[in-house]
Design a protein around this ligand. Structure first.
Ligand SMILES: *[C@@H]1O[C@H](CO)[C@@H](O)[C@H](O)[C@H]1NC(C)=O
Ligand SMILES: *[C@@H]1O[C@H](CO)[C@@H](O)[C@H](O)[C@H]1NC(C)=O
Ligand SMILES: *[C@@H]1O[C@H](CO)[C@@H](O)[C@H](O)[C@H]1NC(C)=O
Ligand SMILES: *[C@@H]1O[C@H](CO)[C@@H](O)[C@H](O)[C@H]1NC(C)=O
Ligand SMILES: *[C@@H]1O[C@H](CO)[C@@H](O)[C@H](O)[C@H]1NC(C)=O
Ligand SMILES: *[C@@H]1O[C@H](CO)[C@@H](O)[C@H](O)[C@H]1NC(C)=O
Ligand SMILES: *[C@@H]1O[C@H](CO)[C@@H](O)[C@H](O)[C@H]1NC(C)=O
Ligand SMILES: *[C@@H]1O[C@H](CO)[C@@H](O)[C@H](O)[C@H]1NC(C)=O
Ligand SMILES: *[C@@H]1O[C@H](CO)[C@@H](O)[C@H](O)[C@H]1NC(C)=O
Ligand SMILES: *[C@@H]1O[C@H](CO)[C@@H](O)[C@H](O)[C@H]1NC(C)=O
Ligand SMILES: *[C@@H]1O[C@H](CO)[C@@H](O)[C@H](O)[C@H]1NC(C)=O
Length: 549
């Protein structure tokens, strides 16, 4: 079924050809020759035998990941076995048992080797493997036949893989990072795909490695084929136009335990509304009215450019934030609905999640997850509160905003320019992780097409790129400019707008930063609340902020 096979690896690696044995041939295999060979009667060999024969013996582990080591010092051997997320424990052990017998024969004296079948992969090495991100070798397997309408097929596949990626990375437990699903491609063909990381990776590591793995397809000879696989030591994915996985294995997050105490996590939302169809996303006005106490002033969280925001609590206890849009949208109801459905599909840990909407009697409401720690400006620009934001947190916030922005600009199914990135649009979750809010609003209000010139400037003074202010010209670069301003604010604890009331130009924080950077006096710029550690990170951020503006 999978015919074209290509290995991506540095030239010092060598592929050995499969020998004829009783076991079925591996689908992919690699013996690493530069990491040393062992001899037939060596201690290493003995340790390897012991380790492998015992690898699957722990029957209490049933989540498809085996990790073990055996031996001492330079003869210590490490091994990891990973099964596909939908393979049941018996099938997993049996597949790995086959691999365990065959791999040392295929790589007769290599200390490090990796190989596998459809259902399982085995690696061993004289170096620790657990928690180590390994991107090579990389196996690329294609189906050998082209999809009809390859462009649309690739597009649909890409969207499917991206939606599975975030599900796999967040994991349905710490023990399994796997997601599988389908999507309708061109000519109503169904595309099936699965995505998996080894469970020792963090959510972010898994996401990052999958992003890179996806890009391996681009420019490869399997692009456009109707099936493909990429297998790396730490992650893999596969797509076909027939179903190859067991859909009965639940890959959805387990439902949270029923709880009557919804504030148990400091008010963080722990129950998500079902996302999927218009029906489940559309809520009726009455429900939201009740949830917000009839939009009472005591529930008002603030007033944004597009309307007031209220805190609400659904009957199941879930806390929500409701944006009651006041501006007249130039879009019709259907367009509005379609746009909201697209926005709801944008899911990233650094974007505020859109849970639903309401469209009734001239009212347009957007319902978001509730962010207990309010917004970045609330903490950053308050002398007392800003001490909560030590450098480590600020650095995490800068990185998170950058990741959210890259997702909006490049990785999501829509190419979204935010156009109003600023400290009050960065919300913070209970752990002070940043989430970008109000993305897609410009689009929702039909202020523009995807890129170009506009006569309606939507933005906030100080954060807007000069070419946008002067000529209405915007692009992803306008967001990069705003990001730069934001980085300088985070490092300095100073508001860009603080400079304007004194009749100075809006670029003062920027020119102030630049002057001090140039004169080697950046300590003038750095928020006095921050202590001196991580100086090089702070410097790098200032440098990046300046490059962005
Ligand atoms: C693994 O073996 C190779 C070759 O014998 C050696 O150069 C390397 O240092 C070993 N690695 C570890 C972590 O022992
Ligand atoms: C290990 O053995 C392979 C052949 O099996 C050989 O090509 C390679 O050079 C050897 N590596 C070392 C480090 O001796
Ligand atoms: C391994 O076997 C060879 C002969 O096959 C022998 O010369 C050598 O001493 C043995 N080494 C060990 C460590 O037993
Ligand atoms: C084999 O695995 C079992 C259970 O995981 C463990 O108790 C035992 O010590 C292991 N034996 C060896 C020789 O490593
Ligand atoms: C995996 O093995 C390493 C040592 O080889 C150990 O430190 C780690 O705790 C193990 N992890 C799991 C989940 O078994
Ligand atoms: C796999 O091998 C282990 C150890 O040899 C054995 O206990 C187990 O029964 C085997 N499992 C399967 C499903 O073949
Ligand atoms: C698939 O398409 C590529 C380029 O579009 C072409 O070069 C190749 O011959 C096609 N392969 C088959 C099996 O049709
Ligand atoms: C596609 O996935 C959905 C669930 O997301 C499932 O209900 C449906 O049966 C799947 N379609 C096929 C053809 O397997
Ligand atoms: C809910 O959880 C919070 C935080 O853990 C606790 O302080 C509070 O007493 C709990 N309330 C009830 C009704 O259990
Ligand atoms: C909610 O407000 C509307 C008008 O603002 C009012 O007509 C209605 O009676 C209120 N409902 C409740 C339950 O207070
Ligand atoms: C935007 O306007 C400038 C002139 O102001 C023009 O040169 C450019 O082509 C326009 N770009 C788009 C995408 O319309």
């Amino acid at each position: 079924m999978l015919s074209s096979i290509l290995l991506l690896f540095p030239s010092l690696f060598l592929i050995l050809i499969t020998q004829t044995t009783a076991q079925p041939k591996f689908q992919y295999q690699f013996c690493r020759t530069d990491e040393g060979n062992y001899t037939a009667n060596s201690t290493y060999k003995a340790n390897l035998n012991t380790l492998l024969s015992n690898l699957t013996s722990n029957i209490e582990i049933d989540y498809g990941f085996y990790n073990s080591s055996h031996g001492q010092n330079s003869d210590k051997v490490y091994a990891v076995g990973l099964c596909r997320g939908d393979v049941k424990p018996d099938g997993c052990r049996s597949c790995l048992n086959d691999t365990i017998v065959l791999l040392p024969k295929v790589c007769p004296n290599q200390k490090e080797a990796i190989a596998g079948y459809d259902n399982s992969m085995l690696r061993y090495s004289n170096q620790s493997l657990y928690g180590i991100l390994e991107t090579r070798p990389s196996f690329l397997l294609g189906s050998g036949d082209n999809a009809t309408d390859p462009d649309r097929f690739n597009q649909a596949t890409r969207e499917l893989l991206e939606s599975l990626r975030s599900r796999a990375a967040s994991g349905n437990s710490n023990l399994r990072k796997y997601a599988a699903g389908n999507e309708t491609g061109p000519n109503f063909q169904t595309i099936f795909a699965l995505v998996q990381c080894t469970p020792d990776l963090s959510e972010q590591e898994c996401t990052d490695y999958l992003v890179r793995a996806f890009s391996d397809i681009k420019g490869s000879n399997i692009l456009g084929e109707r099936g493909g696989r990429i297998i790396k030591p730490s992650c893999n994915f596969r797509y076909e136009n027939s179903r190859f996985y067991d859909p009965t294995i639940d890959t959805q997050p387990p439902p949270p335990p029923p709880s009557t105490n919804t504030t148990s996590k400091g008010g963080e939302v722990d129950q998500d509304l079902e996302i999927g169809s218009t029906e489940s996303l559309q809520l009726d006005f009455g429900t939201i009215s009740v949830a917000t106490d009839n939009f009472s002033d005591s529930n008002k969280l603030g007033q944004g450019g597009f309307g007031a925001v209220y805190k609400g609590r659904l009957s199941n206890g879930q806390e929500i934030a409701v944006k009651r849009l006041s501006r007249e949208s130039r879009q019709g109801d259907l367009e509005f609905k379609n746009e909201v459905l697209l926005l709801a599909k944008l899911q990233h840990r650094n974007l505020v999640r859109l849970l639903g909407f309401c469209l009734e009697g001239g009212e347009k409401l957007l319902i978001y997850e509730f962010m207990p720690k309010k917004s970045l400006d609330y903490l950053l620009f308050d002398q007392r509160r800003s001490s909560q934001l030590d450098w480590e947190r600020r650095y995490n916030i800068i990185g998170g905003i950058a990741r959210g922005l890259v997702y909006l600009h490049e990785d999501s199914r829509l190419r979204i320019i935010h156009r109003d990135l600023k400290a009050s649009n960065i919300l913070l979750d209970v752990d002070l992780n940043p989430k970008i809010s109000d993305f897609g609003m410009a689009k929702l209000f039909a202020l523009d097409q995807t890129q170009g010139n506009t006569s309606k400037i939507a933005g906030t003074t100080g954060y807007m790129a000069p070419e946008y202010v002067m000529r209405g010209h915007f692009s992803v670069k306008s967001d990069v400019y705003s990001f730069g301003v934001l980085v300088l604010e985070i490092v300095s604890g100073k508001k860009i707008s603080d400079f304007t009331p004194f009749g100075q130009s809006v670029e003062d924080l920027i020119s102030f930063a630049w002057r001090n950077w140039r004169d080697g006096t950046v300590s003038n710029l750095i928020d006095p609340v921050l202590n001196d550690e991580s100086r090089s990170e702070v410097m790098r951020c200032i440098h990046i902020g300046l490059l962005c503006v």
